[in-house]
Write a protein that binds this ligand. Structure first.
Ligand code: GAF
Length: 403
């Protein structure tokens, strides 16, 4: 099955080849190296990361590759190959004077990475050309894939190749990427997406305890038991997604303050009712979501250890209800996708990622994949909405050097 995942990948768009080709067409020479990083789906454990809790993502086969060469000066140039085949070049930036707020749009992501890494031994200039197939705006973490690929490229060009003795480890790089995202790009996100992109492995979900930084690869070979994860990209993103994310994050931090704990991770499930009784009505449901969601992650990990993948469906369903009713980050398009998937035979389904649009996932018996995809598409047609994009996701490898 590992080779199945490999075969799926080689039949697909090869991000590293596309990036290397695009590099040659922009710079007229071969890149010194190509590094790539995947998007992710989170199986369960949503909005728990910034509450010091637990998450359980796996990497998608879809990747963003960074073809790169060093420069003699301290300038960073970045270009990206669009899905229309056109190459878009960002304005070159001088790395030493970079400050948050200096770069806008997509170019802020690679610039933010350079801004962080210049203090960690990667301070010389580079030419980088990006290409990839992680769907953008789908809640599948394309921006983190980009940042992780750029990090590996910049570190690699400075002799800090991943997994070599004495070089920064994957969790360290994830924390640097988070810093780029939080302090340079200005998005107050947690540690889920970077860690998923850097640390996931084929046929596994990654259990991450955000507080301790400890990770565990938990077997998740759906194909071995005749199951599939279907990803449903609703192709919608609501305009308040960024403010909504920040609101929820601030709400949970306020709740932790009121409860006198460092983070909601510290509220025990057994004491939940008492804790909720001490909170204003707008904060109590947020806390209920985070505390019960952490427990659902632990329960799912136990089931996976016991080889009972087919029994995790009810936990996915409960997670979705909690996000819809308590955390209030689902949308009518996500709810419709989840309900239609279940009606067509999914064992469980939930939205994945930050919410307010983006994607849902469904755990589906192999024989029902077609029915689930058709069921969701038909439900969208009935509503008069644009068709969702659906695909089967194979848990794939994390970031690394391709050539
Ligand atoms: C987004 C964020 F980037 C993650 O850190 C995480 O909070 C997720 O939403 C929700 O679980 O993907």
């Amino acid at each position: 099955r590992q080779s199945q995942a490999g075969a799926d990948r080689s039949a697909r768009f090869q991000a590293h080849e596309a990036a290397a080709r695009a590099f040659r067409s922009v710079h007229g020479r071969h890149p010194e190296g190509v590094w790539s990083a995947p998007g992710r789906v989170n199986l369960i454990g949503e909005h728990t990361d910034y509450n010091d809790g637990f998450v359980l993502p796996f990497a998608l086969p879809h990747r963003i590759a960074a073809a790169a060469s060093p420069r003699e000066d301290q300038v960073l140039t970045v270009a990206t190959l669009g899905s229309d085949g056109r190459i878009q070049q960002a304005d070159p930036v001088e790395i030493p004077p970079l400050e948050p707020g200096a770069v806008h749009g997509w170019a802020a992501y690679p610039a933010g990475v350079a801004w962080v890494l210049r203090d960690h031994g990667a301070d010389r200039g580079a030419d980088i050309v990006l290409a990839g197939d992680v769907p953008t705006g789908a809640g599948l973490s394309s921006s983190h894939a980009l940042e992780c690929a750029v990090s590996l490229a910049l570190l690699g060009l400075h002799g800090q190749e991943l997994d070599r003795p004495g070089t920064p480890d994957r969790m360290q790089i994830a924390r640097w990427v988070q810093r780029a995202e939080n302090d340079f790009v200005g998005a107050p996100t947690g540690l889920l997406d970077q860690t998923a992109s850097l640390c996931c492995t084929e046929s596994h979900v990654l259990f991450l305890d955000v507080r301790s930084g400890e990770t565990e690869q938990v077997p998740f070979d759906t194909a071995a038991v005749g199951l599939r994860i279907v990803v449903i990209d609703t192709r919608t993103k609501h305009s308040h997604s960024e403010s909504g994310y920040g609101d929820r994050r601030r709400g949970t931090e306020r709740a932790a303050d009121l409860l006198g704990v460092k983070a909601l991770r510290d509220v025990p499930l057994t004491g939940l009712d008492a804790a909720l009784g001490r909170l204003p009505s707008d904060l109590a449901p947020l806390v209920r979501h985070v505390v019960t969601e952490n427990q659902r992650v632990l329960d799912v990990v136990d089931l996976l250890h016991a080889g009972r993948i087919e029994d995790i469906g009810p936990f996915l369903d409960a997670s979705h209800s909690s996000m819809r009713d308590d955390y209030r980050i689902s949308t009518v398009e996500l709810d419709t996708a989840v309900e239609a998937a279940r009606a067509a035979g999914a064992l469980g389904a939930r939205m994945t990622g930050g919410g307010f649009g983006g994607s849902a996932i469904a755990l589906v018996p192999e024989s029902k994949v077609g029915a689930v995809e058709a069921g969701v598409t038909a439900a969208y047609e009935r509503e008069g909405w644009r068709s969702p994009r659906t695909f089967v996701a194979v848990p794939s490898a994390g970031a690394g050097r391709d050539r």
